[in-house]
Ligand binder design. Structure first.
Ligand code: AMP
Length: 283
């Protein structure tokens, strides 16, 4: 596995590979890798000739009160995981490689960036779409693989790709979970004692939501109320939101209709750790 730190070197290599007719598959990450990330790398390997993984903890998507400084990092462990996963190139830039002196250009997807996660984390998606644009211009991927775990983020990036005519096909990988249902996340390392068992309540609440819909409940108010009572069972949980939304655009729905697809999304603090999860459901 090649490790590249410089943006211009990565861009040069990508251009060379493009000229040789090689399809680049790209998985952008913030590191502290887990099986969620490696499942996306597997998809990239299947679709492309060369798999590039980036590790970059992006400062512009964190607000000052969030965990940028404390975000878990272990590059040696990550390199081992990447070697074993069949990654060809690790792009590991520092902040100056991505945001040069005097940087002042941002990419913003309007509307959908300001609801749900965007409402709770105001500058978050602007930071995400900006860094992903920069990384895509450096890596030049034919395929980019993102996770459904961050459903709103993946949908926003999909819209950005279409709106700005990026020549990249987006592939979305399923959510990989722990045995008790907790969605794997780099931030799960923060969860201690009771928090770890309470964190399983997010996926349990989502499963109850799914069950109610499959049993024929169609008003989202009833579904959300039942789900809230599940989250309320935890002593360390502090709910941010539960939303039942349209599949495209994340508009909240009151009444679900047959033949359509929906998301149920949840964001909840467990202790000091903010976790998100979601399921898609077609009825
Ligand atoms: P992160 O390193 O947290 O920024 O995530 C990098 C990519 O991995 C994003 O596209 C995430 O949606 C995806 N991802 C994170 N957790 C999971 C998971 N449990 N299952 C599948 N994909 C995930």
């Amino acid at each position: 596995m090649k490790i590249i730190h410089k943006a211009d070197q990565m861009q040069y290599l990508s251009r060379q590979m493009e000229l040789e007719g090689k399809a680049i598959g790209f998985v952008p990450t913030m590191g502290f890798l887990h099986e969620g990330h490696t499942s996306l790398i597997k998809i990239a390997n299947e679709h492309s000739d060369v798999t590039v993984v980036s590790i970059f903890v992006n400062p512009t998507q964190f607000s000052p009160d969030e965990d940028f400084e404390d975000y878990p990092r272990d590059f040696d462990r990550d390199k081992e995981i990447l070697r074993e996963s069949g990654t060809d190139i690790l792009f590991l830039p520092d902040t100056k490689q991505i945001y040069a002196e005097g940087f002042g250009t941002f990419v913003e997807v309007e509307g959908v960036s300001s609801i749900l996660e965007g409402k709770s984390r105001p500058a978050h998606f602007r930071g995400v779409t900006t860094v992903v644009s920069i990384l895509m211009n450096i890596v030049k991927p034919k395929y980019m693989v993102l996770g459904q775990k961050d459903a709103q983020q993946s949908a926003i990036i999909n819209k950005m790709i279409r709106d700005l005519h990026f020549d990249t096909e987006l592939i979305i990988g399923d959510i990989i979970r722990e045995d008790d249902g907790l969605a794997k996340s780099s931030r799960n390392i923060y969860l201690k004692g009771m928090e770890r068992s309470d964190s399983a309540l997010l996926s349990r609440a989502l499963e109850i939501g799914r069950k109610l819909i499959l049993e024929g409940i169609r008003d989202s108010g009833t579904i959300i109320k039942k789900m809230k009572s599940v989250i309320g069972k935890g002593s360390t949980t502090d709910l941010d939101y539960i939303a039942v939304t349209e599949f495209n655009g994340f508009k909240p729905v009151d009444l679900l209709e047959e033949g359509r697809e929906y998301y149920i999304l949840i964001a909840c603090r467990v202790g000091k750790t903010r976790l998100i999860d979601n399921i898609r459901i077609k009825i």
